[in-house]
Design a protein around this ligand. Structure first.
Ligand SMILES: C[S@@+](CC[C@H](N)C(=O)[O-])C[C@H]1O[C@@H](n2cnc3c(N)ncnc32)[C@H](O)[C@@H]1O
Length: 260
C-alpha cells in the first residue's frame, strides 16, 4: 500500500496507550486492504478494541486463528493445555473441544497430532460460526448448545481427550480484568460464577459419562483454584493430576477416567 505514514500511525497508537505501537502498526498495515480501511482499523484500535478483533485473527500455537468481534481471544497461557493434551493423545483419538470459542485448542491439537476425530461445541452462536471456519481444515464438526447437550449421543463413553477451557474468572474479579476482555469479550466467555468453578463442576460431573475408559479431561484454572478443582475432579470419579508451567502462569488439571 502506498501513501502510508508509519510514524503517524505509531503516534496515534501510542497516544491511545498501545505499548507495542510499532509492532501493532506493522500488523495493522499488513491486515488492511486499502488506506481507508487502515485508517478505520487504527481508529478502532485507538478506541480500545483488541488488536486481534481489529485484524481478525490471533496467533495460537503458531497458527493463525480467526477471531470475530466478541469471541474470546485464545490466550498464550492455554498453549500449555494443548501441549499436555498432545503428550497423552494418540493418533486417531476422539477429541472434543468443549466451550471451544474460536476452536483454537482443537485446531492446535489437530495440527500437532497425525490424525484425530475432532468435535467442538459452544453455547455462543458467534463463537460457533468462528470455530467452524477454524476447524474446517481439520474436518472438525462444531455444535451449538449448552455443554454436553450440544454433542451427538454417539460420543457417550467414547471421548479420548476432552479439552475444556471453560470460563473460570470468579464473578467479582471480572471488574479487575483489562477493558479489552471486560468490554470486548462476551461475559459468558469469562464469568465462572462465585468461585470461578461453576462451569467446571458441571463439566467434571458429566465427563465420566462421555469419556472413554482411560480417557482424559483437561481444564485450565488459576493456581489458586487448583486444589479445589482437584477435589471436584476426584468427587466426580476422575483421577486428578496437576501440571504447572510457571513461564506462562499456566495450571492445568488432568482428570483421567479409570480404565476399568
Ligand atoms: C474462556 S472461553 C474459552 C474459549 C476457547 N476454549 C479458548 O480457550 O480460546 C470460554 C468459552 O465457553 C463458552 N461457554 C460458556 N458457557 C458455556 C456453556 N454452558 N456451554 C457451552 N459453552 C459455554 C463461551 O461462549 C466461550 O466461548
Amino acid at each position: 500500500m502506498k501513501d502510508i505514514n508509519f510514524d503517524h500511525i505509531v503516534t496515534r497508537l501510542r497516544a491511545a496507550g498501545c505499548v507495542f505501537a510499532e509492532d501493532e502498526a506493522r500488523m495493522l498495515i499488513s491486515a488492511a486492504g486499502t488506506p481507508d480501511e487502515l485508517d478505520a482499523m487504527v481508529g478502532r484500535r485507538a478506541q480500545g478494541f483488541p488488536l486481534e478483533h481489529v485484524i481478525g485473527w490471533a496467533e495460537f500455537c503458531g497458527l493463525r486463528i480467526t477471531v470475530d468481534p466478541g469471541v474470546f481471544i485464545p490466550r498464550h497461557r492455554t498453549e500449555f493445555l494443548v501441549r499436555q493434551a498432545a503428550e497423552i493423545a494418540k493418533s486417531g483419538a476422539v477429541v472434543v473441544d468443549l466451550c471451544c470459542g474460536s476452536g483454537a485448542l482443537g485446531a492446535a491439537l489437530a495440527a500437532t497430532l497425525e490424525r484425530i476425530e475432532l468435535y467442538a461445541a459452544d453455547i455462543d452462536p458467534v463463537a460457533v460460526r468462528c470455530a467452524r471456519r477454524n476447524l474446517a481444515a481439520a474436518g472438525g464438526r462444531v455444535y451449538e448448545g449448552d455443554l454436553f447437550e450440544a454433542l451427538p449421543a454417539t460420543l457417550l463413553n467414547s471421548i479420548d481427550i476432552l479439552l475444556a477451557n471453560v470460563p473460570y474468572v470468579p464473578t467479582e474479579s471480572i471488574e479487575l480484568l483489562s477493558a479489552e476482555a471486560r468490554v470486548h469479550e462476551a461475559r459468558i466467555a469469562l464469568d465462572g460464577g462465585t468461585d470461578g468453578l461453576d462451569v467446571q463442576r458441571r463439566v467434571a460431573l458429566a465427563a465420566p459419562l462421555w469419556l472413554a475408559p482411560g480417557g482424559h479431561l483437561l481444564v485450565e484454572v488459576s493456581e489458586r483454584q487448583a486444589p479445589q478443582a482437584v477435589e471436584i475432579f476426584a468427587r466426580s470419579g476422575l483421577i486428578p493430576s496437576v501440571a504447572r508451567f510457571d513461564e506462562l502462569d499456566a495450571t492445568v488439571i488432568v482428570g483421567t477416567k479409570p480404565a476399568f
